[in-house]
Design a protein around this ligand. Structure first.
Ligand code: CTP
Length: 429
């Protein structure tokens, strides 16, 4: 089977140009070159291809160096893994990519269950067999006359057509327990079934989940929370009893499911206040996902989960904050805007955003959303310098007066510059 026309229609002309150029170089050096893994799966499914996983049967670092010599750019090699990152020269950069990874075909062995694999240079056959699922073990050849030729050694095409996620061998989940999470993620993403024989491998591998490092398991959960249907993935993981083995406090109840259900349609702070959101405030979907998922947990539960998952410092601070906001949210009902602002200013913005997104009471939602999009930016026109000019003795009184003026704006007591000036005169009288 040849996928030349799929390649030509799915890839941008820029991507194709780079592929051809690498393929030409590979043919000249006599190195078989393939796209492998997720990009082939998505090519056949007609889904968007995020990055091209290029694998060379031979020395990828040497090939990258030749390419950089001929076309420019620079290469960062990782000799331990036989991979090279080619920082593309300006003329070859595309809108979405400034670098390209070239990987040497390899074999992987696992010294212990759940350990990271030991990597050795290998044949393309090894490289295909080291993978997780048949649908991720397809390859398309790119060099020479073989451009577009599908290599389907393990029945991946058939499984793709039938919608089946199937592990390659019986030890797959023991070698790498993260694959159980990957299986569910793919199954829910594409609406596929997990093969019965693959589901049957879970019980033997479940006890090994506790051996996975915090970083590895959190990465899998981050990836899940980035999925368009994260709620369905987590619900399935809970059904398969794959959450509690991570930590007994990690569950997925119907209220969690409801909070996460429409995450993919949420466009974030940007939607609330297009002009006023700084880059640093823009949350990753996975972080918002964590906050929505875990906000109903107590501070102690968050802390216990952090011992297992090692959240980033920012996310942990927001998790504690949102857990608190979740408990006290109804106490915001009926408060004046200035009172809401005073309380909310001590919370990380991500926590307020998540709490506002999830609030069931429209009055709470409005309070949190208004705080994010408007209230926090409201300032009086009067400045400290103005007070100085008016002869006010510098000191703590400045903050008191400016805060009083700000509150007056927030609560609608003043609406114009004139009204602010008049209030200021009263305050200083
Ligand atoms: N892989 C594997 N076992 C893992 C992780 C990855 O066998 N634990 C292999 C799979 O063949 C996978 C490829 O490495 O296709 C690339 O992995 P990754 O980039 O994580 O996944 P993608 O297939 O690109 O899928 P996604 O769309 O989720 O990024």
């Amino acid at each position: 089977m040849n996928l030349k026309s799929q390649l030509e229609s799915s890839l941008t002309s820029d991507q194709l140009r780079i592929l051809r150029l690498i393929a030409d170089e590979a043919s000249q050096t006599g190195l078989p070159l393939y796209i492998v893994g997720g990009s082939v799966r998505d090519l056949i499914l007609g889904a968007a291809i995020k990055d091209l996983d290029l694998t060379v049967e031979g020395d990828a670092i040497a090939l990258a160096r030749v390419l950089a010599k001929r076309h420019g750019g620079r290469v960062t090699p990782h000799s331990k893994f036989g991979t090279a990152k080619w920082f593309l020269p300006k003329e070859l950069r595309t809108e979405t990519s400034e670098t390209l990874d070239l990987i040497s075909a390899r074999s992987e062995t696992y010294k212990h269950p759940a350990a990271l694999p030991t990597v050795k240079p290998g044949s393309m056959d090894d490289d295909i067999r080291r993978r997780d699922f048949t649908i991720n073990a397809l390859a398309v050849r790119l060099d020479g006359a073989n451009f577009g030729e599908l290599r389907d050694d393990l029945g991946g095409m058939d499984d793709l057509k039938r919608g089946i996620v199937r592990a390659l061998h019986a030890r797959s989940f023991i070698d790498d327990p993260t694959r159980m999470y990957r299986a569910v993620r793919y199954a829910e993403r594409y609406g596929f079934k997990i093969a019965e024989e693959t589901l049957a491998l879970i019980p033997a591998a479940r006890p090994l989940i506790e051996k996975l490092s915090a970083q590895r398991i959190r990465r899998e959960l981050d990836l899940i929370l980035e999925e368009w249907n994260a709620a369905a993935v987590l619900a399935r993981l809970a059904d398969l009893n794959l959450l509690r083995p991570i930590h007994p406090e990690l569950t997925f109840d119907p209220s969690m499911q409801e909070r996460l259900a429409n995450l993919h349609t949420y466009r974030g702070l940007q939607h609330l206040s297009p002009r006023n959101v700084t880059e640093g405030e823009r949350m990753r979907n996975s972080d918002l996902g964590w906050l929505l998922w875990l906000m109903s947990l107590s501070q102690e539960q968050v802390s216990a989960l952090n011992d297992r998952l090692h959240f980033t410092a920012d996310l942990l601070a927001s998790l504690f904050a949102v857990s608190n906001l979740y408990v006290v949210q109804t106490s915001f009902v009926g408060l004046k805007p200035s009172q809401c602002v005073e309380r909310l200013e001590s919370y990380p913005i991500a926590a307020v955003e998540a709490a506002g997104y999830a609030a069931n009471d429209p009055r709470v939602k409005e309070c949190f959303d208004e705080y994010i999009s408007k209230w926090r930016y409201i300032k009086p026109h009067t400045t400290g310098n103005d007070l100085k000019t008016l002869g006010v003795e510098p000191g703590p009184q400045y903050a008191v007066v400016l805060c009083r003026l700000r509150n007056a704006w927030l609560d609608g007591e003043v609406k114009t510059d004139e009204e602010e000036k008049s209030l200021l005169r009263d305050l200083l009288a």
